[in-house]
Design a protein around this ligand. Sequence first.
Ligand SMILES: *Cc1c(COP(=O)(O)O)cnc(C)c1O
Length: 844
Amino acid sequence: MTKTTSNKPEINEQQAAPNVCHTTQWYEGPTIDEHTLHDDLTRHFYYTLGRDKVGESRLYLYHALALTIRDRLIARCRETRLKNEKHNRKQVAYLSLEFLMGRSLNNAILNLDLEDKVRCALNEFCTALEDVEQAEHDAGLGNGGLGRLAACFLDSCATLGLPVTGYGIRYEYGMFNQEIDNGYQVEQPDNWLREECPWETKAPDYSRRVKFFGHVEVHEDLKGRQHRRWVNTQDVLAVPFDIPVPGYNNDIVNTLRLWKSEATDEFDLSEFNAGSYSEAVAKKNLAEQITMVLYPNDASESGKELRLRQQYFLSSASLQDILAQWIESHGQDFIGFTDQHVFQLNDTHPSIAVAELMRLLIDEHGLSWDKAWSITSTTMAYTNHTLLPEALEKWSVRLFERLLPRLLEIIYEINARFLLQVAQRWPGDVDKTRQMSIIEEGDEPQIRMAYLAIIGSYSVNGVAALHTKLLTNGLFNDFYQLSPQKFNNKTNGVTPRRWLHHCNPALSDLITRTIGEQWVNDFSQIQKLANYADDEKLQVQWQQVKFDNKVKLAELVQERCGVEFDPNMMFDVQVKRIHEYKRQLLNILHVIYRYERIRNCDTATMVPRCILLGGKAAPGYDMAKQIIKLISNVADTINNDPLAKPYLRVAFLPNYNVTAMETICPATELSEQISTAGKEASGTGNMKFMMNGALTIGTLDGANIEIRDAVGEENFFLFGARSEELDEIFRNHNPSRIIEATPALQEVMQLLTSGHFNLFEPGIFQSIIDAITSPTDPWLTAHDFASYIHAQDEVDRCYQDSARWAAMSILNTAASGPFSSDRTILEYATNIWQLQCNATPSLA
Ligand SMILES: *Cc1c(COP(=O)(O)O)cnc(C)c1O
């Protein structure tokens, strides 16, 4: 990609935007030499923030530095927007209920190439950049993989220079903080805005009104045409907060627009006049509830009214925002809108946008149904993230009728017209009509949001090859048969800026010294490393970097868990949301198996390991919380047994988040990706580990399959049932018989049932034991155990040959090119969004 300098003649020439009074001086934004940086830092510290004592708090220094950098970002953001407008470029709105951004300071410094200058500017304050960075609170506005994907996508879109705006919710409270008390998860609120977020700018002049409740009236116009009016509504104001999203070294800055709900200014006059002034004002607090808190459920739907309000709030505000921009330049003429706009729906969460765009175009802008539908169904695109039935969102018709009555009418109409198409395609097939209807019949009729999303979109994509195959062959097969052209795959990716360059600077330097620096701008070049996999000198340096990173992770584990990790031992890691399908339980059974071997003095071939687990459980997910308790108890028992110390250390790291992952993935040697086949749509943690040279032990699931294909089967530890074998396995599944027939598993289960890990807490693990032994265990824990243990033994064998392990590690990083989100986004851009990419690096 070409690197441009900070002054863009194109923009200087541009006709001064009308109604904008400015001197070119401030309009261009402050320069980024170290003197102005230092001056601005000082000014923000002493004046914007009103501090006087240098060194009194890293927090204020962080704020001052963030504001200094934000000034530079805002200038580039404005230029980016003007340039896109000038060239009339097609735009994408990426709608997502979650953006798991993590910290922004280091990312901005990296992308603007400011590190040396910032260090200089900080000199006078006698504080290291690293210390200032520690003061930043993670922006944790997401649960896990889905939200982090949205964040990686924003980074890649800006880096590729694509006009993509993220639209989300500015939750007052993000993902809860997890504490561990006596082995149990305790949730603490994440008040991330307490010290304010210096990156955001409030833009109240772009506020939008969002309607709720009320009812629909029909009236006729002079020509006798019927119109419907949604009246008597209770309105909420959506106020935007903009966060800049810088591209890597290209002076492009896109925007993440997050909506906050606020009360409108009207008072309920009757209450007001009745002397209930305070009550009338207090009612307005209800409006602010909408964006108060992120729902902490990963991959499951909770059915709560407030959640539906969040979804509609985001969808309506964002669509209004785009339509208002359009009307400003085109008036009420929507011809050509489809060529200029795409709405990408991140899962079904914002899928009410399909009906809302219809409502806005018909009710507010006077379009006919057919015109509105032709626009909607050619601008909406939907990404599916899961096959788990509990995650497929459904909302009761009754709730819709009360909360969003006009939207319900529109959904009925969309459904009626769609079912005519179904009847044409499958004449007389009543079952088909019932199966494909947006409305699920029953005592409590439900709206199937995924069906609404598919019917209303021109593109439906899965997030890894296997996942897309399972969607088209299984879950959405009827829809696939009706419109096969809609369906496509976009395998997920992660941004190599955050997940290699920033989080693993030592490895990045080593890579650059080995293959040159082009890989930073064009990540497909990383494959050149493969030529050096057997280079002994590189192997030694590679292992030294890994060792140093292990020392840092060991410090974190010591501080957070009080467990001593020895960097001379293998670091074996599983961090991700706690979920039965991800099978942390299988991991812990393997830990117990090792412990049992140690107790039996069967350690001759055993490689000493430090095993780290981490992740949050949804607060209402009992089994997941039980699993955390089991991990904690097993860890305690093992860590307190002097016999185990030379061979095994186990820790559960509390509060796994983006920032923790930045220390974890560079230090990991073995990445545990052990979900039940067919359940993990893609996974992205697997990609971060691979990029940083970890080897994967995993099932043939999600993107693991593509990872293994890329790196070669000899560099991947495969185990477990395959998705195509599942039907056959479940036909006569008998975990108890498997346990009896597998001595290793039998011993593990005996130790577990004997209460060895819960001596003073009798019976607490009974539900876990029952789950493993249940003939209907959907997660196949017992079934996959022997195969898992076998693969783990193979891991030990490979690790003992350290040169071989180093080569395998280098080959993993070398093969991680396709798992850059730049590759993913380039596919979205060319294939779904039909955007022209002017700066296109060649990608794997
Ligand atoms: C990458 C990431 C995830 C996703 O991990 P998976 O292993 O793909 O489930 C979840 N949480 C955080 C904080 C992450 O960085």
